[in-house]
Ligand binder design. Sequence first.
Ligand code: IMP
Ligand code: MG
Length: 174
Amino acid sequence: MIKESDLKILFREDEIQASIAKLGEKINSDYGEEDLHLICVLKGAVMFMTDLSKHLKMPVNMEFIRLSSYGSGFTSSGKVHAVDISLPDLNGKNVLIVEDIIDTGHTAKFLVDFINHNFKAKSLKFCSLLDKKIKREVEIDADYHCLDVDDKFLVGFGLDYDGFYRNLPYIGYI
Ligand code: IMP
Ligand code: MG
């Protein structure tokens, strides 16, 4: 078990919150008063989505799906496991997928393909708190992201190691 005292801080709480507020403004200006359907990828994106949603000024709808791709280790398996992907009718809706981090990109690609295959959304965008571009294995880019990260295993603000540390208000690494 990693001890919290062994973690080094990568992004402080105030840095994370400032970047989320900035992203909120950008999304407000891009969508105006149009309804927006946020899809939170559990469990990692829960903190990010709730904080981001408080900055949004348009009518917002929230859905939650649960995927997993990391096992209990430090590297992405590349296989996406849909634990619960039940969604309402998204035809004709502005859909914004909200993720904690894009790493290999498999999860993002799986979700974008899944929604495009099942619905004809009015718009579909992908938003991630963190972008670990160096690890990308499939060609996919976030339409929006807050912070760039390099190849470190991160915990906090939704990100876990073996289920723990999601509750930290900052992002750290070992
Ligand atoms: P991808 O499919 O490889 O892009 O991985 C995306 C998922 O892996 C994210 O939604 C996270 O849940 C998890 N993940 C990727 N990097 C990290 C990390 O540094 N710490 C914790 N979880 C991570
Ligand atoms: Mg995740």
